[in-house]
Ligand binder design. Structure first.
Ligand SMILES: *Cc1c(COP(=O)(O)O)cnc(C)c1O
Length: 333
């Protein structure tokens, strides 16, 4: 894949996906000792960046395609549903029972069929594969597809257009479509830029796979960063090798660190965002980042958060996630 694929994706999605703002975050700037910028993908029409990849994938469907299917932790399904509706195509979105109700409802509201199967992304993926084989739907991977990666990579183009002197990019990391695309674009423009992937410390599939030297399975557990759950696929074709080759580092953060960073983003910057978005801020607050020599930016990837959990977090209440309990703690700067 090349920068040209990402430049073409930018043209393909223009007009439907939003060119999102990059805004300064004074409180995090003070902490980092360098300008700290937020790329607000929360302002996309579906409230998350995944619309970019979905639109670009739908711009490259084989002729005669009548419908599409995908598995999703919520936001890819929303992107695919939105893009399919815009093009008059049927969409079937497969999700596990771990996906929050607010995301499921958002997808149904866009007119897509929703299938809830099993308790993991792998099970949801098996279902979307079955639909592709048996019902003739075209399957769009949430991260392991060149058009999806190029679509997400348009974030990297915009970041370097708006802030050419960026030193470090902090990119939330799950299946790696976002990190691969952003790193590809950013490093093609400025090879010296540092790109760091961030995941939660339980069930970080890309991190475990890069360590092992090949894609591995991890146990999927509930997390405040629910959009970062799920495997990368044992038959991963693209996102694994791109992340392995392009990311300078991967940093893991705990649920407690994510909890605190969600509070910080809300109280310091007045932003409502998913747990998956704040992993870069969590790493900054926890002192887990290398010292930056220039401006940093992170992608605030989506705002489709379960409002009951969000409200508990910002009001300092206990949150239960499966077998885990995160102690309540009121925000203090
Ligand atoms: C999908 C998603 C991510 C991670 O993207 P990958 O391409 O799977 O690494 C991060 N944040 C949000 C809100 C997402 O929906």
């Amino acid at each position: 894949m090349h920068l040209n694929d990402i430049l073409a994706a930018a043209r393909a999605i223009a007009g439907t996906a939003t060119r999102t703002p990059l805004v300064p975050a004074p409180a995090f700037t003070a902490r980092a000792g360098q300008p700290f910028l937020l790329k607000l993908e929360t302002t996309q029409p579906i409230g998350a960046f995944k619309l970019r990849g979905a639109l670009n994938a739908l711009a490259h469907l084989p002729p005669g395609t009548t419908g599409v299917t995908c598995c999703s932790t919520g936001n890819h399904g929303r992107g695919v549903a939105y893009a399919a509706r815009a093009r008059g195509l049927k969409a079937v979105v497969c999700m596990s029972a771990l996906v929050p109700a607010t995301k499921v409802e958002g997808i149904r509201a866009l007119g897509a069929d929703v299938r809830i199967t099993g308790r993991s992304q792998d099970e949801a993926h098996a279902e979307s594969r079955r639909l592709a084989a048996e019902d003739g739907l075209f399957e769009i991977s949430p991260f392991d597809d060149p058009h999806v990666i190029a679509g997400q990579g348009t974030i990297g183009l915009e970041l370097l257009e708006d802030a050419p002197d960026l030193d470090t990019l902090l990119v939330p990391l799950s299946g790696g479509g976002l990190a691969a695309g952003v790193a590809l674009a950013a490093k093609a423009i400025n090879p010296a830029i540092r790109v760091i992937g961030l995941s939660m410390d339980r069930g970080a599939a890309m991190h475990a796979s890069i360590r092992a030297g090949h894609p591995v399975e991890v146990e999927e557990v509930e997390s405040l960063a629910d959009s970062l759950g799920g495997g990368i696929g044992l038959d991963n074709r693209l996102s694994f090798s791109l992340c392995r080759d392009l990311l300078d580092d991967i940093v893991l953060v705990s649920e407690e660190e994510i909890y605190r960073a969600m509070q910080a983003l809300y109280f310091e910057e007045r932003l409502v965002a998913e747990g998956a978005c704040v992993v870069g801020i969590a790493a900054l607050i926890a002192g887990k980042l290398p010292t930056p020599k220039g401006p940093l930016a992170t992608v605030i990837t989506g705002r489709n958060v379960d409002m009951e959990i969000f409200t508990r977090v910002v009001t300092g209440k206990v949150v239960r996630l499966g077998d885990r309990r995160i102690e309540g703690r009121a925000y203090a700067a």
